[in-house]
Design a protein around this ligand. Structure first.
Ligand SMILES: Cc1cc2nc3c(=O)[nH]c(=O)nc-3n(C[C@H](O)[C@H](O)[C@H](O)COP(=O)(O)OP(=O)(O)OC[C@H]3O[C@@H](n4cnc5c(N)ncnc54)[C@H](O)[C@@H]3O)c2cc1C
Length: 313
């Protein structure tokens, strides 16, 4: 990202809302590490976002969106440019009219803003007796982050439920897109960098509230049993290699419990790198590299981080 440098004062004059200057990104990351972003700005609606993105483009300043920070690792050196957080209207949920197309007769469409928490949407859908998103219980991300990552669990992925989305490109232009055109793959979508997800409409199936609640309970219990949910992490750190599991490889390489500084391979699930309290981003990055080297040496497999490493490392 380009640095703000001499434009800081202009930005201060232009933006009517609050700007957090040189504020640590650790507060916006579930790993609780990361140096300062030059500026952090919360935007409340599409108009505000449009004017901010246009202004930043005109001044050649880099920017990126951060959701709930549950899949990012910010280096200790921090982030140049502006970090944008979607708030206000971006956190809404709305039930649209039931779909009337013959193929989708049975479906109900729910639209959620990109800044809405996925567990909040799961809860809303449960109360509406709508099934499909139960796997999202315990995934602490926003709808924007979940779609960009094609978040999934227990054999389900969010991409398969997306009917359509509203996007904003790097010029600030807004356009709708069909879910099937977003190019969902394992833990990613295929849209260009700096494409912002504004909202998504999900196609869900009416079901029994008791069964939906029971499924959510089951997934919650499985997480509590198998994952270090009470510790600071970004969820699964590495992507699973084809037909294998990163956790299995890390465990077989004897790395469970290994720590560097305050970063540790969880004893409960080997694909979780946890911050035991005082980790730096460098501790986590060093541990990540040790895991990659050892797993490669033992199995010839290069583990790729699922976590997005932001800024210049
Ligand atoms: C305890 C725990 C358990 C987890 N379990 C799972 C799991 O089971 N399955 C799973 O898939 N993930 C899991 N995760 C990872 C994470 O929660 C998901 O990937 C989540 O969807 C990320 O959402 P976020 O809002 O936190 O994204 P962030 O971490 O804030 O951002 C992730 C990426 O998305 C981009 N982004 C965010 N919002 C937008 C937007 N509106 N437009 C464009 N780009 C955007 C960011 O720039 C960044 O590149 C887990 C994490 C934790 C901490």
């Amino acid at each position: 990202m380009a640095r703000l440098n001499s434009h800081a004062r202009d930005l201060d004059r232009f933006w009517k809302g609050r700007i957090l200057w040189d504020s640590p990104m650790s507060q916006f990351s579930t790993l609780k590490v990361g140096g300062p972003a030059e500026a952090i700005i919360g935007v409340s609606n599409t108009q505000e976002l449009n004017s901010l993105i246009r202004w930043l483009k005109n001044h050649g300043i880099g920017w990126l969106i951060v959701g709930r920070g549950s899949n990012i690792l910010v280096p200790d050196s921090g982030i140049a440019g502006v970090v944008i957080i979607l708030e206000g209207d971006f956190r809404s949920i709305e039930k649209l009219m039931d779909s009337t197309t013959p193929q989708k007769k049975e479906k109900v469409l729910i639209r959620a803003g990109a800044g809405c928490l996925l567990p909040k949407l799961v809860n809303y859908c449960t109360l509406q007796s709508l099934s499909g998103l139960e796997f999202g219980v315990g995934i602490p991300g926003s709808i924007g982050g979940a779609i960009v990552m094609n978040a999934g669990a227990w054999g389900y992925e969010i991409g398969s439920l997306v009917d359509k989305v509203l996007l904003m490109d790097s010029n600030g232009d807004i356009f709708p897109e069909q879910g099937r055109n977003l190019g969902f793959f394992y833990r990613k979508w295929s849209m260009p960098p700096n494409m912002v997800l504004l909202s998504a409409t999900f196609s869900l199936t009416p079901g029994s509230i008791d069964e939906i609640k029971a499924t959510c309970r089951k997934y919650k219990e499985l997480r509590q049993k198998n994952q270090p949910v009470a510790e600071l992490s970004a969820g699964s750190f590495f992507k699973n290699p084809v037909a294998d599991s990163a956790g299995r490889l890390i465990e077989k390489a004897g790395l469970k419990g290994l720590s560097i500084g305050g970063a540790k391979i969880s004893e409960k699930h080997a694909n979780f790198i946890v911050n035991t309290g005082k980790a730096s981003a460098a501790d986590i990055l060093n541990l990540m590299q040790v895991v990659q080297q050892k797993v490669y040496k033992r199995f010839g497999i290069k583990l790729e981080p699922e976590v997005h490493i932001l800024g210049g490392v």
